[in-house]
Design a protein around this ligand. Structure first.
Ligand SMILES: Cc1cc2nc3c(=O)[nH]c(=O)nc-3n(C[C@H](O)[C@H](O)[C@H](O)COP(=O)(O)OP(=O)(O)OC[C@H]3O[C@@H](n4cnc5c(N)ncnc54)[C@H](O)[C@@H]3O)c2cc1C
Length: 458
């Protein structure tokens, strides 16, 4: 049986608004897809999931029409299933491991996870079982997936949890980075609301490291988890990058996603002009270019210095972008921007692939004298992010040369009582890896609080 496709809105139509692209499975489609599962004796898909969702069990429950039970199984290991069902790179995780992938196409685990999570959300979700209060209190700095997952587990373990978030909305990249048409804000709000119902307190507009330090938090909490992400944009560092109209993907996406800057009545609207160029090949570049189309660009082009095969973006995002009218230019790298005050042109050099190195990977190198110039009105730079340096001055917190926080395997830092996880430890990664780190740290914090010293956990 072929894989059951996800119903989607038509490409050119959906590029006109920010409504969600994927429509979700119906009950019948979900059962049809779930019955494709072979129910392997050794479910390797579970090994492929960084938080260990019992995929075989929840898919079996869907196949039987036991949807509520499927939702409960997923929620045991994943506190943000509606988010992960939408944005996880399943093709390189659970679905990448699926045995059916060797015969035909893997089970659509992500689509099924989204189905059970949305269904549970529509019905008010499950109330977390009441846990006896432990009397300990934990501060979480940052409300991205690492912080939210850590908060959920700590709250279930009976601890008082307060999340300190620098921005005016909770969710981290889930709200300020990933656009509405891929992950509706309502989905993140519902997940945050569920945590509030469990007793987690959110302090918004609270950037730690400015008015208050980690040591201030330790004065009124028994432990601290740092999950502040890697939100500092990298630039190309080429001439003309300072021109008006050249901006980082972080700025562009945050302004549109959090401040509605795509609307003409916005206080500080983004002026995309006719021709938008986006530099980069990851999810962020694709989010920026598809957002630019929706914000009114006539043409939106991704320029990537390698080939399509090397693009780190999810394949689904690349396909969706093409269907919406995005252009792609490969093996081209910007070397400068021209214009008097506002950017008018972008100069690029052609790249060629080198022979594969010892690791089998091909690199790229510029072809001398191959420069070309293209007219542009807006340029969005999406070439990666660095760790946020706001807490780098914290005494006793060891940082790596890359600016990440150094921890052990359960997220404990060198500063007693302080744990960290997510992108601030690994550098830019994925939602599910950040969540996995948040969950491991919750176990570590619990063990630290109960024993006074960290005990080994499995
Ligand atoms: C545009 C974009 C698209 C992406 N798409 C995908 C995708 O499709 N799939 C996927 O798996 N991954 C994707 N990623 C990566 C993924 O979103 C991140 O790996 C993940 O969000 C990291 O989670 P985190 O909790 O560590 O940090 P973040 O999500 O970055 O959250 C950190 C939070 O901490 C807050 N903060 C920062 N400093 C402070 C401070 N001093 N005090 C208080 N709060 C602070 C920030 O405001 C933010 O809310 C994408 C990333 C971007 C930028």
């Amino acid at each position: 049986m072929p894989r059951t496709p996800m119903p989607e809105r038509e490409g050119r139509l959906r590029a006109l608004d920010f409504e969600e692209v994927n429509l979700g499975y119906t009950d019948q489609l979900a059962i049809l897809e779930a019955t494709r599962c072979l129910q392997c004796a050794r479910p390797v898909c579970v090994d492929g999931c960084p938080v260990g969702v019992k995929i075989n069990d929840f898919v079996a429950a869907v196949a039987d029409g036991r949807f509520d039970e499927a939702g409960r199984i997923v929620a045991t290991d994943n506190s943000l299933p509606a988010v992960c069902g939408r944005v996880c790179p399943q093709e390189i995780q659970c679905e990448g491991a699926c045995v059916m992938g060797r015969r035909s196409s893997p089970i659509a685990i992500g689509h099924l996870e989204r189905f059970v999570a949305d269904r549970a959300r529509g019905r008010g979700g499950e109330q977390a079982p009441a846990t006896a209060p432990s009397g300990w209190s934990v501060a979480i700095v940052g409300s991205g997936p690492a912080g939210l997952a850590c908060a959920a587990d700590l709250s279930r373990l009976g601890h008082d949890v307060t999340v300190y978030e620098a921005l005016h909305e909770a969710g981290g990249v889930l709200v300020y980075g990933i656009p509405e048409y891929r992950l509706p804000t309502a989905v993140v709000e519902a997940e945050v609301g569920r945590l509030e119902e469990m007793g987690v307190v959110f302090e918004l507009n609270a950037p730690i490291g400015r008015a208050e330090s980690i040591d201030d938090l330790l004065d009124r909490h028994d432990a601290v988890f740092i999950g502040i992400g890697a939100g500092l944009p990298r630039f190309l560092e080429v001439p003309g990058e300072h021109l008006v109209g050249v901006q980082s993907a972080n700025e562009f996406l945050t302004r549109v996603n959090l401040m509605g800057a795509n609307r003409s009545d916005a206080e500080t609207p983004v002026l995309v002009g006719k021709r938008v160029a986006v530099i980069g090949g990851g999810n962020t570049a694709l989010d920026a270019v598809r957002t630019a189309l929706r914000a009114g660009a006539d043409s939106a082009t991704v320029y990537y210095r390698r080939t399509e095969d090397e693009m780190p973006a999810r394949r689904e995002e690349i396909r969706h972008a093409r269907e919406e009218g995005v252009h792609f230019e490969f093996l081209l790298n910007p070397v400068g921007f021209g214009g008097s005050e506002r950017v008018e042109t972008m100069e690029l050099v052609r790249m060629r692939q080198t022979e594969p190195g010892d690791d089998g990977r091909r690199s790229v190198e510029p072809i001398e004298g191959s420069e070309v110039a293209v007219p542009v009105d807006t340029v969005v730079v999406a070439v990666g992010n660095a760790p946020n340096p706001m807490l780098s001055g914290t005494p006793d917190l060891t940082m790596s040369r890359r600016g990440t926080i150094v921890t052990d395997e359960v997220g404990m830092t060198d500063k007693p009582g302080v744990f960290a996880g997510g992108d601030i430890v690994t550098g830019g990664a994925t939602v599910i890896l950040a969540m996995g780190a948040g969950r491991r740290a919750a176990q570590g914090i619990d063990a630290f609080l109960r024993s006074g010293a960290l005990v080994e956990i499995d």
